[in-house]
Design a protein around this ligand. Structure first.
Ligand code: UT7
Length: 365
């Protein structure tokens, strides 16, 4: 049987840092509230497009794998915050990487998009459709944020990360997954103003209002992630003791702790970086994976469990067997352009643009 080894990984975090104290300068909130309810201390605000962040992450992942864009047979971009809906994000990345002619598709299941993309690409490698794939999780949430709404503005951040998959005879990579969706609860997380339903109605670009029932999302997140973990472990014939590291979606420290407790995995074997970045939606799991590797938390042959949930409300858990290599083959010199503005200044820029009703910009992907 052909497997899909994870042979490269790379991340891209924009430099603009937005702290809880920064948020408290324009919202009725505090570092103490946000820390105790979510575990988040800072998040990143991007000064560049989604495509630019995704390209840097992808170049780093390719260098890590010792591969070039032309080696790819497939690009999957998991995101909810496309630069454009047409043409899709993946085609822009194909061009930026020189991956001429390869298949290129976007997957949108909100925060689970990277993991749904990992399933898609792995299935295509297993069935022989392609031999090498890039899977990206990238999100540029800040332009779509309702910065007047403290219920949501404190929770999210921007970022991107990618992995490279390659056909292999070795039994590694994605082993088993559970994918699901509580469609009946989809209204508890809805971003009004983001999508075709709002086109041609005189609405200012990025003028969103978030329908967001935090406590209901919290309960569904814990239920869905726990169900998915249980399903995967029982089908794999494994117990919590067999899992070396849980790399979960990072939306809220308390959600992570509930899920770990239900799965029976002690927090020492759970990777958490929500304090640094908040919820980066599709980028969250691959950024956490990259940082767990950088920090030496993933040893050769490790078994990883990656549960996640997102708008929809989608949920999933992925069981991954890591390969022998935990360090990059090479590094890329790809960098974002420098940014003179702080995270707080970038948010102010976004708020001013929204008030003025900025025209729809055109850009090169
Ligand atoms: O990928 C999907 C993303 N979504 C999520 O992950 C959300 C999941 N839900 C959560 O993480 C939590 O429900 C929240 C962090 C959103 C909220 O925490 P909570 O413990 O459920 O708080 P709450 O909604 O029950 O609000 C408690 C109080 C309220 O005040 P009152 O009614 O008790 O006077 C809120 O108005 O906290 C108030 N509050 C805030 N106070 C300061 C809500 N947001 C804030 C804020 N700063 N940012």
């Amino acid at each position: 049987m052909t497997h899909a080894s994870i042979v490269g990984w790379g991340k891209c975090l924009p430099p603009g840092v937005l702290s809880n104290d920064d948020l408290a300068t324009f919202l009725d909130t505090s570092d103490e509230w946000v820390m105790t309810r979510t575990g988040i201390r800072t998040r990143r605000i991007s000064h560049v497009s989604l495509g630019e962040m995704a390209t840097v992450a992808a170049k780093r992942a390719l260098a890590c794998a010792g591969l070039a864009g032309r080696d790819l047979g497939l690009i999957v971009v998991g995101t909810t915050s496309y630069d454009d809906q047409c043409p899709n994000q993946a085609s822009g990345l194909q061009r930026a990487l020189g991956a001429d002619g390869c298949a290129a598709m976007d997957v949108n299941t909100a925060c689970t998009s990277f993991l749904y993309g990992l399933s898609t690409a792995t299935a295509m490698i297993r069935t022989g459709v392609v031999r090498t794939a890039l899977v990206v999780g990238a999100e540029l949430i800040s332009p779509f944020m309702d910065w007047r709404n403290r219920d949501v503005a404190v929770l999210f951040g921007d970022g991107a990360a990618a992995v490279v998959l390659q056909a292999s005879e070795r039994d590694e990579g994605l082993q088993l997954e559970k994918l699901g969706c509580y469609g009946e609860a989809r209204e508890i997380l809805r971003i009004h103003g983001m999508g075709g339903a709002y086109a041609n109605q005189g609405r200012v670009l990025g003028d969103t209002s978030w329908q967001f029932e935090g406590q209901e999302i919290f309960k569904k997140a814990v239920a869905g992630m726990s169900l998915a973990c249980e399903d995967v472990l029982s089908r794999a014939g494994l117990t919590a003791d067999d899992i070396d590291l849980v790399v979960p979606h990072q939306a809220n420290q308390r959600i992570i702790e509930f899920v770990a407790k239900r799965a029976g995995v002690p927090m020492e074997r759970v990777y958490v970086n929500v304090q640094r970045y908040g919820n980066m939606s599709a980028a969250t799991v691959p950024v956490a994976l990259c940082e767990a590797l950088e920090e030496g938390r993933i040893r050769p042959g490790a078994r990883l469990l990656m549960p996640a949930f997102g708008g929809g409300l989608t949920f999933c858990a992925h069981l991954v067997r890591w390969g022998e290599r935990t360090t990059p083959l090479d590094t890329s010199d790809a960098e974002l352009p420098p940014c003179e503005r702080s995270g707080l200044q970038l948010v102010h820029d976004l708020m001013v643009r929204k008030t003025r009703g900025a025209a729809v910009p055109t850009h090169d992907a």
